[in-house]
Ligand binder design. Structure first.
Ligand code: ADP
Ligand code: ZN
Length: 605
């Protein structure tokens, strides 16, 4: 079955190759480059101007020489061209080649070539005419080291252990040690997950095989699964080695179970093949599979079971200290003017990922070159930053000062409530660096694993959740939507407290389950109840939340100087860890100003 499909795929690719070839042949006096190469060159800033005619593009490099290529979807590319200031001229498409291509569309669709086409439009790695696409990216030998990845100190011990097990598989297995099989790197795009996987391979000097999760999805049914098997066969032959699966969520999303539409068949087969392969190799074959995702929440739980991706390393957007280190790593590659203070730059780019910082340094160097300078100056960084920030609209909106302040007080409100109340988990980290949908975060870490929760603990959780909104009210006398998720969670805790844990004195120890939510599990019993009881339940939930709100407002109002101090520290530092929060607390209790140096030295290098 899958043999036939592979055959079809090859046939189709060959066919598309011929079409592509024809298109190219028409005007090929200049050097022909693939669409992928074209996009890469644009992003490197190597391309100066282009001339468009239908999907045909001709252009020149900064250096002067000319090229031509074919763009499958001009409209989609325009923003990119604009972002990299490529000068565009265009003329009406007179050639009938596009017409020909259009007439081919139904054929693409029938043969499933549509998938390949759409992938090209996304700037995928395979292009027209690429008849012998590799099953997976060939092995590479990475020469990257941990030192090339800045700001990963938290994850380092775990990673060092993985390197050890790759270097001395025997030592591990004779000791009966447990060699990790799968490591899941989770974190936002551009935070260095790929880089880290390569650095692990480099440190251990083992081969590195990589494949993108989305590569599987756009294939014919059966091909993905067989690619997985091929990949593992190849890797096992070369053990010890590393397999890196980027964007694993593309295949590793939750399986739908009885989905009849068939649209997910390919994905599920691929995922199943991966699970089978992961379960199937012996301990003497040290193949470590590293997967990366920025959507850990949608992964199929089967992937996270013991013996699979049971090690999870979270990589966050760098804070100001991390950004400084990443700047240092990349600034080594360029010539900096004297007196450039990288820590100032680090401070001015909150929310930038490692990839964006690398891009910033590169852009700054290009700016300097454009101005014929012999070294990169601070003004080049400024210019580059503007260029990038404007290009990053929405995705990485630069947070305005007002929002930063509101966020700082909001997070301080959570953290202070947690700090001042008994029976709460210690505050681990507070941050006003935006990530995902959130503008900031307050992280508490329990001292030990908890299996049961006291009523007081739950009530205090509600109060901590309220603390954010209340701080905003106290200081700015207004409400923002920033607290909406807090309110959802607080309501849920209050509801469970009443209906599930029987912790309300008015309602008593009776379980009135609400709608089954995911984590209640399947074995919950539902006690039917009357309208009247429903009303009492509603009232009780409301009164718990109200009481929490009232008490928290009092707490924060009477400690509002602490609120100001902590918010101030956050505005300077962006992140404040538990120890630093203690320092701020001591300053508050002793009524002294926070010495700038206390906050600065701890954070800055
Ligand atoms: P991800 O896989 O998380 O999307 P990548 O590893 O592809 O991110 O990062 C892209 C580029 O950004 C890297 O090649 C590197 O130049 C830069 N980069 C990202 N994070 C870091 C870091 N922590 N230290 C140094 N460079 C980084
Ligand atoms: Zn909040």
């Amino acid at each position: 079955m899958s043999q036939i499909q592979i055959g079809l795929l090859v046939l189709l690719l060959t066919f598309l190759g011929v079409v592509g070839y024809n298109v190219y042949l028409h005007e090929s006096t200049t050097s022909e480059i693939s669409y992928t190469t074209f996009v890469e060159l644009v992003e490197k800033g190597t391309i100066n101007k282009i001339h468009l005619k239908g999907g045909q593009v001709k252009g020149s490099y900064h250096a002067g020489s000319e090229f031509s290529s074919f763009i499958p979807d001009v409209a989609a590319l325009l923003p990119v061209l604009k972002k990299y200031s490529v000068e565009i001229t265009a003329e009406k498409d007179s050639a009938n080649m596009t017409g020909f291509l259009n007439s081919m569309v139904p054929v693409f669709l029938i043969l499933g070539g549509y998938m390949i086409f759409s992938r090209m439009q996304k700037g995928g790695k395979s292009g027209f005419g690429n008849t012998k696409k590799n099953i997976f990216n060939p092995r590479t030998d990475s020469n990257l080291r941990f030192n090339d990845v800045a700001g990963i100190s938290e994850a380092r011990t775990e990673l060092v252990e993985i390197v050890d097990s790759l270097k001395n598989p025997d030592k591990f297995s004779t000791l009966g040690g447990y060699i990790p099989k799968g490591v899941l790197l989770q974190g936002p795009p551009g935070t260095g997950k790929t880089l880290l996987a390569k650095a692990i391979a480099g440190e251990a000097s083992v081969p590195f095989y990589s494949i993108g999760g989305s590569d599987f999805v756009e294939m014919f049914v059966g091909v993905g699964a067989s690619r997985v098997r091929d990949l593992f066969t190849e890797a096992k032959k070369n053990a010890p080695c590393i397999i890196f699966i980027d964007e694993i969520d593309a295949i590793g999303g939750k399986r739908s179970g009885g989905n009849a539409s068939g649209s997910n068949d390919e994905r599920e087969q691929t995922l199943n093949a991966l699970l089978v392969e992961m379960d199937g190799f012996d301990s003497d074959q040290t193949v470590i599979i590293i997967a990366a995702t920025n959507r850990p929440d949608i992964l199929d739980p089967a992937l996270l079971r013991p013996g699979r991706f049971d090690r999870q390393v979270t990589i966050t957007l760098p804070d100001v200290k991390g950004r400084h280190k990443i700047l240092e790593v990349h600034a080594k590659k360029i010539i900096l003017a004297n007196g450039i203070n990288l820590s100032d730059i680090a401070r001015s780019i909150p929310g930038f990922s490692g990839a964006e910082i690398a891009n910033l340094v590169n852009e700054a160097a290009l700016m300097a070159a454009r101005h014929n300078k012999s070294a990169v100056e601070i003004s080049d960084f400024e210019e580059a930053k503007d260029k990038i920030s404007l290009g990053l609209e929405r995705k990485n909106a630069v947070i305005n000062e007002k929002d930063r302040r509101v966020t700082a007080y909001h997070e301080a409100g959570h953290a202070i409530t947690a700090k001042l109340l008994p029976e709460t988990d210690p505050v681990h980290k507070i941050s006003i660096i935006p990530r995902g949908q959130a503008l900031g975060l307050t992280q508490q870490l329990p001292l030990d694993d908890k299996y049961t929760y006291s009523r007081e603990y739950l009530i205090n959780r509600i109060k901590i959740l309220m603390g954010g909104r209340i701080a905003e009210e106290i200081i700015f006398d207004h409400q923002t939507t920033g607290a909406s998720n807090d309110i959802v969670v607080a309501t849920e805790i209050a509801t469970r407290l009443v209906c599930e844990f029987g912790m309300s004195s008015t309602i008593g120890p009776i379980a009135y389950m609400q709608e089954q939510s995911g984590f209640l599990g399947g074995n919950s019993v539902m006690k039917p109840y009357s309208e009247k009881t429903a009303e009492r339940i509603d009232n009780e939930i409301k009164s718990i939340v109200d009481q929490c709100y009232f008490e928290t407002k009092e707490l924060l109002t009477s400690n509002n100087k602490f609120l100001h101090k902590l918010a101030e520290a956050l505005l300077v530092n962006e992140t404040v860890d538990g120890e630093e929060m203690d320092i701020v607390y001591q300053c508050y209790v002793n009524e002294v100003k926070i010495e700038k140096k206390l906050l600065n030295t701890a954070r800055r290098i």
